[in-house]
Write a protein that binds this ligand. Structure first.
Ligand SMILES: [Cu+2]
Length: 315
């Protein structure tokens, strides 16, 4: 090989190397996409904002729910005490009235049995207290639902332990609740993830529509919806004009597919009673923890009526 040819071969090799580097550079940068920086959809999408349900944290927006004790006795009348502290650690003592009360306390065992809705009283030092009786042992979730004066409405949650045995319940899908006193409450409407939709609860007593429901907390009734699995606490809005029944309509949005537990407090004959339901979402795959819903217009047959306060859904 003469010198000129050797130089030209060398030059071609350099060109090839350079071309290869160029190709590698372009493929990494723009052409194939495999090596490109993550595309835009890896970042939070503006069209599907993250839904953060309430009640999953004991601290939010500078406010903290502090239980006086981490345990409560079960099987006997006792008292639950707690306070709300602000960002500076000091107890908050001024709250706005919402739904006729400055503090709503929801308490239930973590398996969703034993729902109670309490209205504690606050003493001057910011400690809230309410009488309570826990039926059995277990871990209980306590939600404080309040609006600090000058702040946003908040729902904070904390766990309390109660000594003693208990038999966990596994509520089965049920849209009909039987309640002490001869009441039956039927739930109509679907829970569709990401959508706000109406839920109507119809109260009958001894088979006859109840048309003289009494207002409770400024509405025809009060509905609490919790996601099974983590007890996320959903916002539920009653219809604007309270009626006397038999139908009570609420609007609620569920953040995800799954099964939800709903607790309706209604007042009749001067007694507040609770009807409870177990509703899987529709429009998505069935949750892993339960049978598939029968369809958007699913109505339970006799099997769907099984859950009631009396048997507690034991299986
Ligand atoms: Cu309340």
């Amino acid at each position: 090989m003469n010198t000129a040819l050797r130089l030209s071969v060398y030059g071609a090799a350099v060109l090839l190397l350079a071309a290869g580097a160029y190709v590698a550079g372009t493929s990494a940068g723009t052409s194939t996409g495999h090596l490109r920086p993550p595309p835009a959809h890896a970042a939070p999408r503006e069209d599907t904002p993250e839904v953060r349900p309430a009640g999953l944290a004991s601290t939010a927006d500078g406010y903290t729910l502090e239980a006086a004790t981490p345990t409560l006795p079960s099987g006997a009348a006792t008292e639950i005490a707690f306070r709300i502290t602000g960002a500076d650690g000091a107890p908050v003592t001024t709250f706005d009235v919402a739904h006729e009360k400055r503090m709503h306390l929801i308490l239930l065992r973590r398996d969703t049995a034993g729902f109670q809705h309490l209205h504690p009283e606050m003493s001057g030092d910011g400690t809230w207290r309410a009488p309570v009786t826990l039926d059995g042992g277990g871990t209980y979730r306590v939600f404080a639902d309040f609006t600090p004066t000058g702040g946003e409405p908040a729902t904070l949650g904390v766990d309390l332990s109660a000594p003693g045995p208990f038999e966990p319940v596994s509520p089965q899908p049920s849209r009909v609740a039987r309640v002490d006193g001869g009441y039956e409450v039927q739930l109509d409407g679907d829970l569709r993830p990401g959508e706000t939709g109406p839920l109507t609860l119809t109260v009958t007593r001894d088979g006859r529509p109840v048309t003289d429901l009494q207002p409770y907390l400024g509405a025809s009734g009060h509905l609490v919806a919790l996601r099974t699995g983590d007890l996320a606490y959903l916002h539920v809005h009653p219809e604007d004009a309270p009626g006397a029944g038999p139908g009570i309509t609420f609007h609620t949005e569920v953040p995800s597919a799954g099964t939800y537990r709903l607790f309706l407090d209604f007042r009749h004959d001067d007694v507040v009673r609770t009807a409870e339901f177990t509703v899987p979402t529709t429009g998505n795959a069935a949750p892993a923890d339960g049978p598939a819903p029968a369809g958007p217009a699913a109505r339970p047959g006799p099997a769907g009526d099984e859950h009631s306060h009396d048997e507690g859904g034991h299986r």
